[in-house]
Design a protein around this ligand. Structure first.
Ligand code: PMV
Length: 357
């Protein structure tokens, strides 16, 4: 062994602003303290093979250098055909367990004299996948950071963000970058996509107020984030007034939500969350069962919204945030069938270097 490093990365939730963020509207995001740990060891002598061990998703296999390079070339071509030459409609996300980790490892190891070494990547994660909790962003950030550290380089945070975003797009198509920033920097961030990248501002003062939000996993959607973003893009082409109206409502909710968190006005959050959810439903990104469950919460004086891309079919719409003006209501609340309470802290620390085992 010639180098080893371990990092941990939190998950994330989008409090307000999903989907609209893709089109330059602001989003309020925060890191979740369920973490992914990525350990990378570089062993010598080797030939540049990648050995991947991801116990959580059953991906334990080795990739010879030419196989990893073929995957990267294929994925680069898929992305370029969809987004550099097209409108994104031909995009197909990575679909083999571990493929994103291989792309992240290969991309990170370019220029790190990895060709004469074998790279072992182990990913252990408490972050649910494919449900709005930030798992792919955490993977992209964690593998990028750990690979560089294992080869003796500490990459600046902005460079990690840029590299991770290039990786995440093989999963999400044309991500806004809010997921990557949230898991990388941690805390609470106000983000906005700009022509030259994603601007972010720390909203540290909001961190103490995040207990107003309770998290639930409503079940994994059948659709990927990339598919939901593409569905919204098609809807925008067909009915621009409806979609622009929804984006404006989402932005207004994000601004009011930030103000309510900063002033500690928990009661105001109920109406704001309801408006955000109504706008997301206008975008048709909320599974009908989840919509029904949210109506029942509203009937009891609370509010709930999906967080992330959502979904139309499958078991649910992924992560759902619930607020209620009466803290006692949360204790009495019996989650709808299929929902699982996700008791994890919000406002968590971002990327963190750990001791490699
Ligand atoms: O990865 P998810 O499911 O949390 O969704 C990301 C949020 C979107 O706004 C739908 C997409 C994006 O890139 O911002």
């Amino acid at each position: 062994m010639i180098g080893a490093a371990a990092v941990s990365v939190p998950g994330k939730t989008i409090l307000f602003g999903e989907h609209a963020a893709v089109y330059g509207h602001p989003a309020l995001v925060t890191a979740l303290d369920h973490r992914m740990t990525v350990t990378v060891t570089a062993s010598s002598p080797g030939n540049g093979a990648i050995h991947l061990d991801m116990p959580g998703c059953g991906a334990a296999r080795s990739f010879a250098p030419d196989e990893a390079a073929r995957i990267a070339a294929y994925r680069t071509a898929v992305w370029a055909r969809a987004f550099a030459d097209g409108d994104g409609s031909s995009f197909r996300p990575v679909d083999i367990p571990g493929e994103l980790a291989v792309l992240a490892t290969l991309t990170s190891c370019v220029g790190l004299s990895a060709a004469r070494r074998d790279v072992h990547v182990r990913v252990e994660s408490a972050i649910p996948t494919g449900s709005g909790f930030g798992s792919s962003a955490a993977l992209a950030v964690g593998v990028t950071a750990a690979c560089h550290l294992a080869f003796g380089r500490s990459l600046p945070v902005d460079d990690i963000a840029e590299a991770a975003l290039r990786i995440e797009r093989h999963q999400h198509g044309s991500p806004s970058g809010v997921d990557v920033q949230a898991v990388l920097r941690g805390g609470v961030l106000w983000c906005r996509r700009e022509p030259l990248g994603l601007a972010h501002e720390e909203v540290g003062a909001a961190a103490g107020r995040l207990g107003a939000f309770r998290l639930f996993h409503s079940g994994s959607p059948a659709e990927s984030t990339g598919e939901m973003v593409a569905a919204v893009r098609r809807l925008r082409d067909e009915d621009p007034a409806r979609v622009e109206g929804a984006f404006a409502a989402i932005e207004a909710a994000a601004r009011e939500g930030r103000a309510a968190l900063l002033s500690g006005d928990d009661a105001a959050l109920v109406a704001i969350v309801r408006r955000a959810e109504a706008a997301l439903e206008a975008l048709d990104v909320v599974h009908s069962d989840v919509r029904a469950a949210i109506r029942a919460i509203e009937a009891e004086g609370g509010a709930a919204k999906i967080s992330g891309a959502g979904g139309r079919s499958g078991a649910g719409a992924g992560l759902v945030l619930v607020v209620h003006p009466d803290p006692g209501w949360h204790r009495r609340f019996a989650p709808p069938a299929g929902w699982i309470a996700h008791g994890v802290g919000l406002g968590a620390q971002g990327l963190r270097e750990e001791i490699a085992a």
